[in-house]
Design a protein around this ligand. Structure first.
Ligand code: URA
Length: 234
């Protein structure tokens, strides 16, 4: 793929378009060893060698990160007042976004990428990719609640959930697996069976599990194997 050199370098997090124009003016940018004269020159992401101050800048089309989202951070790309999940990712590209949404007080697995097709496939209700959560509630979870969840719980007049699996771990803890992602879905489903969520953590998406060693607040690039697991879901 061929891109203008200012786009190429700003995509790779080297600076804003204006900062890159300044680098070009200072003759610090080269394509295949030749100093770049104007920001409109193009570089081929496969074939050309781009350098800034004698450092090679490789072009990366897509980035994929896994984050163990901590409580207290919002699932957004920017915010004037609150810390966002993007603030926790050490990425190059500036066009990354979270795949789906976890509430501010929810922890766990969140994928951050700029791959719109992957995001669509993981979230589309038609693809039915399972999302599994650990939940702790105030109230009592029992076999009757699990049965209601399995049958497609009527949450309110506007929302009947698709069948969901509740695996009881005691009378106030469970794993719950859902295949859609409605606003506050699990909290609303729990309220509908008389329980209040006091802790919620996503532990898997499709075949990808949250790695045990990834502590809340930590992130890292997905491995190629993990990416394949995600893409295998649909
Ligand atoms: N369901 C919720 O209620 N909250 C989340 O963060 C995710 C699923």
């Amino acid at each position: 793929m061929k891109y203008r050199i200012d786009k190429f370098l700003s995509d790779m997090g080297i600076g804003t378009r204006q900062e890159i124009k300044n680098l070009i003016k200072q003759k610090r940018v080269a394509i295949n060893g030749k100093t770049v004269a104007t920001a409109s020159e193009k570089a081929d992401t496969e074939a050309d060698e781009v350098m800034v101050d004698n450092t090679i800048i490789e072009y990366v089309e897509y980035e994929y990160y896994i984050l163990n989202k901590p409580a207290g951070v919002i699932t957004a790309t920017t915010d004037k007042h609150e810390k966002t999940v993007l603030d926790l990712i050490d990425c190059r590209r500036r066009d990354l976004f979270p795949v789906g949404r976890l509430d501010k007080d929810t922890e766990g697995l969140l994928i951050i990428t700029n791959d719109g097709a992957l995001s669509h496939n993981l979230l589309s209700p038609k693809k039915h990719v399972d999302k599994k959560y650990f939940v702790r509630v105030e109230g009592r979870l029992d076999a009757a609640a699990a049965e209601k969840f399995a049958g497609g719980l009527v949450v309110d007049e506007e929302f009947t959930a698709l069948p969901a699996t509740l695996e009881l771990l005691g009378n106030n803890e469970a794993y719950i697996t859902i295949s859609e992602g409605k606003f506050h879905q699990i909290k609303r489903m729990m309220e509908a069976v008389g329980c209040t969520v006091i802790y919620l953590k996503r532990i898997s998406m499709g075949r990808l599990n949250l790695p045990e060693e990834l502590m809340p607040g930590e992130s890292r690039p997905l491995t190629p194997e993990e990416l394949n697991l995600l893409k295998d879901n649909y």
